[in-house]
Design a protein around this ligand. Structure first.
Ligand SMILES: Nc1ncnc2c1ncn2[C@@H]1O[C@H](COP(=O)(O)OP(=O)(O)OP(=O)(O)O)[C@@H](O)[C@H]1O
Length: 335
């Protein structure tokens, strides 16, 4: 059985709308005008147990809304979902005891009391037996290096320290499904890396399935072989990250190293690369070429120059994703 099944999920928010000024304010008391915001439209996918899936989309794409529905915080306008055999928004206790939603921008621990006391509250809420609680605190504390932090009040922690404690606190009940919404946002590179390797390790040890949103492609590249992309609330792509790059990357970069001290004549080089802009380095150059042209240009460079090394690179994931979003914005905005 799949861990998560989502079918034709829709969420439409009704947002009060009024113009500025006193007259509009008085009018709004009598007759409220509302506007519909289609945050999620006809989204469907399945995720298998143990999978780590990147859930990508630009700001306002509908990622958080989807995760809130799947974690039972929001009712959908229509559509169905099943997570570990439960309908999330029915908020069955047995379901809540098997999943965790971790939001990088939200504080879930109590601000004024020590971290460990907050953990004790979670222990009571989830009815975690004392021996399990102690063993999990010890394990999570070791994996995330929390020893020094557990007795400090949350308000005295740095952002990165707080995030580590938030994550550990959300995992005390050993959830089998994790929804991670921007878990590394605002953290420095070292802390991002630590959280990333922790998520990978948690997935490996427990077999939990993970849905992760992040604007940092390093998170996605390190953790997710599969990505689901949404834009304007609609599903745009669901498949291997490699496939996304393959399908949407328009250009590749050819990096060339030349045999020592070869004088490179700009006119000759220009002809070999069909006049494309070339970036020179001390020992060679690189040039961006449309994907379909790459074999032909590479063959020409190999035949026409004393090449000591030639490497063809895919573009960075960031730029591929940008291209995907841009292309869709044009389609959607342009009608
Ligand atoms: N409570 C709400 N009431 C009305 N509209 C909302 C509400 N929450 C979200 N929206 C709107 O729904 C759309 C999707 O928002 P959502 O937060 O799900 O996007 P997101 O992909 O998580 O974006 P981000 O990357 O910026 O967090 C946006 O247009 C947003 O303004």
């Amino acid at each position: 059985m799949s861990a998560i099944t989502v079918d034709r999920l829709h969420k439409t928010y009704l947002v009060p709308e009024r113009e500025g000024g006193l007259r509009a304010a008085v009018g709004a008391l009598v007759r409220r005008r509302r506007r519909e915001v289609h945050a999620v439209t006809d989204v469907g996918f399945t995720i298998e147990p143990g999978e780590v899936v990147g859930f990508l989309g630009p700001n306002g794409a509908g990622k958080t809304t989807t995760l809130k529905m799947l974690s039972g915080l929001l009712h959908p306008t229509s559509g169905t979902a099943s997570v570990l055999g439960h309908v999330p928004w029915e908020r069955d206790r047995r379901y809540l005891g098997q999943m965790a939603l971790i939001m990088g921008q939200r504080n879930q621990l109590q601000w004024d009391i020590p971290v460990l006391d907050s953990y004790r509250l979670n222990q009571a809420v989830f009815r975690i037996p004392d021996a399990d609680f102690k063993a999990r605190v010890a394990e999570l504390s070791e994996l995330l290096a929390l020893e020094e932090l557990l007795r400090k009040p949350v308000r005295n922690l740095s952002l990165g320290e707080r995030m580590k404690c938030e994550i550990a606190g959300s995992l005390l009940h050993a959830p089998q499904v994790l929804f991670l919404d921007e878990p590394t946002i605002g953290l420095d590179v070292a802390m991002q890396r630590r959280i990333r390797s922790f998520v990978a390790e948690y997935n490996r040890r427990t077999g939990a399935c993970v849905m992760l949103t992040s604007h940092y492609m390093a998170d996605v590249e390190a953790l997710c072989r599969r990505v689901i992309v949404i834009h304007h609330g609609r599903l745009l792509f669901d498949g291997a990250l490699e496939e996304l790059v393959h399908r949407f990357a328009g250009d590749k970069t050819i990096n060339v190293e030349l045999a020592d001290e070869h004088p490179l004549d700009p006119a000759t080089l220009g002809a070999l690369v069909d006049g494309r802009a070339v970036e020179r380095s001390a020992t060679g150059f690189s040039v961006r070429v449309p994907k379909a042209e790459t074999p032909r240009v590479a063959a020409r460079l190999l035949a026409g120059l004393p090449v000591s090394d030639l490497v063809i690179e895919e573009p960075p994931i960031e730029s591929v994703i940008e291209q995907v979003f841009e292309a869709t914005s044009v389609e959607v905005d342009g009608g």
